[in-house]
Design a protein around this ligand. Structure first.
Ligand code: ZN
Ligand code: ZN
Length: 229
């Protein structure tokens, strides 16, 4: 069956169109893995991407880890996964996460043993159109490696423009403002949460989600993304 699917719907590289796989060997070499973790706010190097104590913000993000720089090749791949609905392409990309990145995440797991994983939710109509939430797929992949409990305490309460259509930070902040709500306030109090998303550029989306969680009593909020711009 798979042979027939491959025959009629051959896989093409999501970045260059080359036949054979969703990420061809040449484009794979162009993916640039993150080699220095940095503080969410000042973007200067920081141990494990933990926010420097002097950069901490009230109701802010406490640390961030990402896997690849959001360069042109990765932009094309992720855009095609989302808008041409190539879910399988995301699975291929997940398998390319360097093991070292997973080891880093394991350090978070050890430092914050009560960490639970929370994918950034999509608005319901968008989820229906797309058929999958890329953040949930990434979370599911991480759960194969770690025994984080999974949480679904965030809800997207309004649709927003795609952040990628907005170029500046203040427009992105306005676009995402008040887009999330917590489902069960009791579940959030004192919790250490790892937010998961596919892409982080200005960080407005995860910062807004962190703010909502913290306002409802979350103790720590960290972020894990596939790509970082
Ligand atoms: Zn390619
Ligand atoms: Zn800093």
């Amino acid at each position: 069956m798979k042979f027939l699917v491959d025959l009629f719907f051959p896989k093409v590289c999501l970045a260059c169109g080359f036949l054979g796989s969703h990420i061809c060997p040449i484009c794979y070499t162009k993916l640039k893995k993150i080699d220095k973790d940095s503080c969410f706010y000042c973007r200067k190097p920081g141990f494990l991407g933990l926010t420097h104590s002097f950069c901490k913000k009230r109701n802010g993000v406490d640390g961030n880890l990402s896997c690849f720089y959001y360069n042109d090749v990765l932009k094309k791949i992720i855009k095609n996964i989302k808008y041409r609905l190539v879910r399988e392409g995301l699975q291929e990309l997940l398998l390319l996460i360097p093991p070292e990145r997973l080891h880093r995440l394991d350090s978070y797991n050890k430092l914050y043993p009560s960490l639970s994983i929370e994918p950034i939710p999509l608005f319901k109509t968008r989820l229906r159109q797309r058929g999958f939430n890329q953040a949930e797929e990434i979370s599911r992949y991480l759960l194969k490696h770690f025994d984080f409990p999974q949480a679904s305490n965030l809800k997207r309460i309004r649709d927003t423009f795609s952040q990628s259509q907005l170029s500046n930070k203040s427009d992105r902040q306005k676009n995402i403002k008040n887009a999330f709500e917590v489902l069960s306030k009791k579940q959030i109090i004192g919790k250490q949460v790892l937010l998961v998303d596919d892409v982080m550029t200005t960080g407005s989306t995860v910062a807004e989600a962190a703010k909502v969680l913290k306002k409802h009593g979350a103790d720590k909020v960290f972020v894990f993304t596939l790509a970082k711009g």
